[in-house]
Design a binder for this molecule. Structure first.
Ligand SMILES: C[S@@+](CC[C@H](N)C(=O)[O-])C[C@H]1O[C@@H](n2cnc3c(N)ncnc32)[C@H](O)[C@@H]1O
Length: 291
């Protein structure tokens, strides 16, 4: 793990990474409420609305994209993270159900008083400001209790049945090993009009000047052997082919391309297989072609 990454975290997040690795402390929970609430990323539920607004704006530049309408819909997310990801937003906006599978899911943590008072109350107020006062806080928490099902484990094996209306993920597809089973599961739950919106981050996930620093010095198997199974190193064309292979019609939309600031070495393994567009697209959306 890079020092620059550790320095970008809050002290509690750094402590969490240490305690997950230290002999004697291993085996504790994936997250504690304090660690989540101190995190710039996890501590703000409205981040998911900001992400959705941004991604839909990018998609609209490339296709006749209609905003996702959750009213009366079944929504699903791959790897929603420890605080339910897009779930609270989807339910607030009228989804009949939200289902996800997340290896780090801990229902007791999510439904704790601390998360309700310090996370969900602010999230609910922010949702009301953005989408209108569709439900009060008691109705919101009742919707989370009654209409949100999150399975602890991998999405590929989760008992989620189709057809579903909306499938989302945020920075998850690049972390799944192997991705093929998960895309197969998506194929099994898609219906005629299922809409997909996935954001994939193909960068190194470190706060380096260029998001591809260190990624292309060696073939991916060597990178993974050195750093562990954190990112699968598939590139956008690989993800697109997997969806096509499983009969899911999607388009890839680049939402961040970072070529000019790259100054590193590119091993022939990468050059022989990918063009510059594939190598330097950091963020891409995997979206239903038009809706
Ligand atoms: C970078 S985190 C993103 C979490 C969340 N989407 C967010 O934006 O906060 C990647 C997530 O993918 C989850 N994940 C990894 N493999 C998975 C799998 N096979 N099925 C479902 N989720 C998985 C991890 O547990 C982790 O929560």
């Amino acid at each position: 793990m890079r020092l620059s990454y550790l320095l970008s975290l809050t002290p509690l997040e750094t402590w969490r990474l240490a305690r997950l690795r230290l002999p004697g402390l291993k085996g504790g929970p994936a997250w504690t409420p304090s660690e989540l609430l101190s995190s710039g990323k996890h501590g703000r539920g409205i981040r998911f609305a900001e992400l959705l607004l941004r991604q839909e704006a990018v998609a609209r530049r490339h296709m006749a994209w209609q905003p996702l309408d959750f009213e009366g819909r079944r929504a699903v997310e791959i790897g929603c993270g420890p605080l339910g990801g897009f779930g609270p937003l989807a339910l607030f906006c009228g989804a009949v159900s939200f289902e996800s599978a997340e290896p780090e899911w801990d229902a007791a943590l999510f439904f704790s008083d601390e998360i309700r008072e310090r996370y969900l109350r602010t999230f609910h107020a922010d949702l009301c400001a953005l989408y209108g006062p569709r439900m009060d806080f008691a109705q919101f928490t009742a919707a989370l209790q009654g209409r949100m099902t999150i399975h602890r484990g991998g999405f590929e094996a989760a008992p989620i049945a189709g057809p579903v209306d909306i499938v989302l993920s945020q920075s998850c597809i690049e972390h799944v090993f192997p991705l093929e089973a998960t895309v197969g599961k998506l194929a099994s739950i898609q219906g005629k009009g299922t809409r997909f919106l996935h954001l994939v981050d193909f960068g190194n996930h470190y706060p380096t000047g260029n998001p591809f620093d260190g990624l292309y010095d060696q073939p991916p198997a060597e990178y993974i052997a050195r750093r562990g199974k954190a990112i699968n190193l598939l590139r956008a064309p690989d993800v697109e082919s997997l969806f096509a292979k499983h009969g899911i019609p999607v388009a890839m939309v680049a939402s961040r391309v970072m070529k000019d600031s790259f100054a590193g070495v590119i091993h022939p393994w990468w050059r022989e297989r990918y063009d510059d567009t594939a190598l330097f697209t950091q963020l891409a959306l995997v979206v239903s072609p038009s809706a």
